[in-house]
Design a protein around this ligand. Structure first.
Ligand code: COA
Length: 377
């Protein structure tokens, strides 16, 4: 098997592999600015492919370079022979070479990705809202999004996104903010001096209304944009709201005890621990003058960061350097959920992915996870 970089000459083959795997019929060139690809050849012809999108994901307020893997497809005749695994192995070195210390993907087959160190580390959710539960909000002066609004809209999104671990910064070229103008419904709330106070983007289809972004810099703007959705009452019973800002869906909407949330889980892989730690923001480290934890990273697929590493906190900054006693043993799969804050060290230990006292690791990420009750009253 030969694994190589994808070129424009592979466009037809890659589209063919994706059509068979996903039923997709996109005519777009699979390669475009902000996206690269790998191809696996068997007997001289492409038998598998994957794409790597060049994103940045916010952690602790800093955008960390992330390879977003998608479109993993293997020709049915070639499945079960290690083609996808070979592509992932090559992707790990490729990500490191391209300065992407993190990688995320949505997995149809978690076992495949877990075998190479990706692990569940966050959710992507759509909330079903009943239209008659949408409270009328303050009346806002809104207008459709124009060309001149795009920079302000992006800034408004980023001011919110930088405070939510995991959200992308939606920077070009991988993401073009101008694409929002192709949507059916766009609405911007202008602020002072060209600043955007908030905006809403949505698409109407046969199923109903899908609201992609509902973003506001303040509660009045958020409640006003939410209230505007009440105008769909009578025609639609419910609508779907993508969870971007948990303040909107967690604190300002009125869904009842039981409601429907559609969840897609994403898996995260720390490809290069020292680089990922250097790129992340560490707000909690500000309260720690000096501390360290000695790690032993068990990661045969990313040997460059495997073995003894010391995570050092000094004057509010955090770094990883070689050495130390290896007191806390971390499996490659533990790194993603720890880094994202989705799981704390206790859960990682119970899952067999960590041994040793890792209280400092929890303290640093804040390990917020998703708080839950498991009893009804
Ligand atoms: C999923 C897919 C990419 C796997 O490709 P592949 O080349 O057959 O995978 P590999 O041979 O490298 O298999 C690696 C491991 O994953 C497991 N695996 C692969 N496909 C699986 C499936 N559908 N369900 C459960 N396990 C699966 C294999 O059993 C193997 O485990 P093992 O090493 O313990 O035997 C391929 O089946 C495919 O193209 N499916 C359709 C598209 C798709 O679902 N893509 C994934 C998008 S995230």
């Amino acid at each position: 098997m030969l694994i190589r970089e994808q070129t424009d000459h592979d466009a037809d083959d890659v589209r063919g592999l994706r059509k068979v795997a996903f039923g997709s019929t996109s005519e777009d060139n699979p390669l475009r600015p902000g996206r690269r690809g790998l191809v696996a050849e068997l007997d001289g012809r492409p038998a598998g492919t994957l794409a790597i999108n060049e994103f940045h994901q916010y952690y602790g307020g800093a955008p960390v370079p992330l390879g977003g893997i998608g479109g993993v497809a293997v020709d049915p005749y070639a499945r079960g022979r290690g083609v996808a695994t070979g592509l992932l192995d090559r992707a790990l070195t490729d990500l490191r070479e391209h300065g992407q210390p993190l990688s995320a993907l949505y997995a149809t087959v978690p076992a495949l990705y877990r075998s190479r160190g990706w692990e569940r580390a966050g959710v992507f959710e759509w909330l079903d809202l009943t239209v008659d539960r949408v409270a009328p909000g303050p009346k806002l002066a809104t207008r459709p999004v124009g060309e001149d609004d795009l920079a302000g809209l992006h800034a408004c999104y980023n001011d919110v996104a930088s405070t939510v671990n995991g959200l992308l910064d939606r920077s070009p070229p991988a993401i073009d903010v101008a694409d929002v103008r192709r949507l059916d419904i766009t609405s911007v709330v202008p602020g002072h001096d060209g600043e955007v106070r908030g905006y809403l983007t949505a698409e109407r289809d046969r199923e109903g209304l899908r609201v992609f972004d509902l973003i506001g810099r303040d509660a009045e703007t958020q409640l006003g944009l939410l209230g505007g959705l009440a105008s769909w009452g009578g025609l639609l019973d419910r609508l779907s709201l993508r969870v971007v800002d948990p303040a909107v869906t967690g604190l300002l909407t009125n869904q009842g005890i039981r409601h429907t949330v559609n969840t897609s889980e994403w898996l995260l892989r720390v490809v290069d621990l020292p680089a990922a730690v250097a790129a992340r923001g560490w707000p909690a480290a500000r309260w720690l003058r000096s501390a360290a934890v000695d790690l032993d990273v068990v990661d045969e697929h990313a040997p460059w960061h495997a073995g003894r590493q010391r995570l050092v906190v000094e004057d509010g900054a955090v770094r990883v350097e070689p050495g130390g006693s290896g007191a806390v043993r971390l499996h490659a799969r533990a790194l993603g959920p720890w880094f994202s804050g989705m799981q704390d060290s206790h859960a990682l230990r119970r899952a067999g992915l960590l041994t040793g006292d890792a209280a400092l690791l929890d303290q640093l990420v804040g390990a917020p996870g998703v708080p839950r009750l498991a009893d009804f009253f």
